[in-house]
Design a protein around this ligand. Structure first.
Ligand SMILES: [Zn+2]
Length: 284
């Protein structure tokens, strides 16, 4: 980053000096003009050479992956697809996606990026907080980060210190989220919902930066009512949502993005609140 800034500064200054010399040459009619012209040429060439490095590049090989695996992308217009691709490129140019126990490939990388783009499609101001790296395990893992048949953790966002900068995901669960179109589960949406929740400093199930102040109390009440229903076995929401307010927010976000129409039909109040959080401009 600082290198790019230095380069821009250098080319900017070169252009400025060249312009000044050009004015001098015009006034005094000496051969400073030639020097000024060369300087302009060098600065412009440099700008052309380096400007492209500033904008993230979407690789053509990523497009068939989106087309094949990501329903949300498939349903976009041509123009929207371009925006989507730009955001994928932006994500992958700023956040590292690493395979912990397998060799990372384009498909997995693109699916991680798509998991970040879809939930926040209508939140252009959204950035990924302090996130710097997504660590992907080949399968589900346990508290000691061991992958195994009995391991139950599908994903995780940490809190405090180094953990603020990483997200952990199970590749198996990530793919399942995209491949199964009818269930209400998606670990990618789940973990990025936790990040959204965390954007106000706390993972507490209340994304305060995205919820009007007067809606915080109604939201909390609604959440507790729905959690109670889960505990009483009277809900179709994943029981994991009843473990805490923050898990409820992540679980209901998965449901909202995977099965919006079903959620609207079965839980109209929750649906409205989530519209408010994730699609604020629709309600203006
Ligand atoms: Zn969670």
């Amino acid at each position: 980053m600082s290198n790019r800034f230095t380069l821009k500064l250098f080319f900017g200054l070169s252009l400025f000096v060249a312009a000044m010399l050009g004015v001098g040459a015009w006034r005094h009619q000496d051969d400073l003009g030639a020097f000024a012209l060369s300087l302009i040429a060098v600065a412009s060439l440099g700008y052309l050479l380096f400007k492209d490095k500033d904008s993230p590049v979407f690789l053509d090989v990523w497009r068939p992956i989106l087309q094949d695996k990501v329903q949300f992308y498939k349903e976009l217009t041509v123009g929207e697809k371009m925006v989507f691709e730009h955001r994928i490129a932006l994500f992958l140019s700023t956040i590292e996606v690493t395979g912990v126990d397998f060799e990372m490939d384009d498909e997995c990388r693109v699916l991680v990026a798509a998991s970040s783009v879809i939930p926040f499609w209508d939140l252009p101001q959204w950035e990924y907080g302090r996130l710097q790296e997504v660590l992907v395990y080949s399968g589900n893992f346990d508290e000691n980060y061991r992958v195994g048949e009995d391991s139950r953790i599908l994903g995780m966002v940490g809190s405090g210190g180094h953990m603020d900068r990483v997200m952990l995901l199970s590749k198996k669960a990530l793919y399942y989220g995209f491949d199964n179109k009818t269930n209400k589960s998606h670990v990618g949406f789940h973990e990025f919902a936790h990040l959204l929740d965390k954007s106000d400093g706390e993972v507490d199930g209340i994304p305060e930066l995205f919820l009007p102040k007067e809606k915080v109390n109604p939201w909390t009440k609604l959440v507790h009512k729905e959690m109670q229903k889960i505990r009483e076995n009277e809900s179709d929401i994943d029981p994991y949502g009843a473990t805490s307010d923050s898990e409820f927010f992540a679980v209901i976000s998965e449901y909202y993005f995977k099965r919006p129409h079903l959620l609207e039909r079965k839980h109209a109040d929750l649906f409205k609140m989530l519209q408010l959080i994730y699609h604020p401009q629709n309600l203006a």
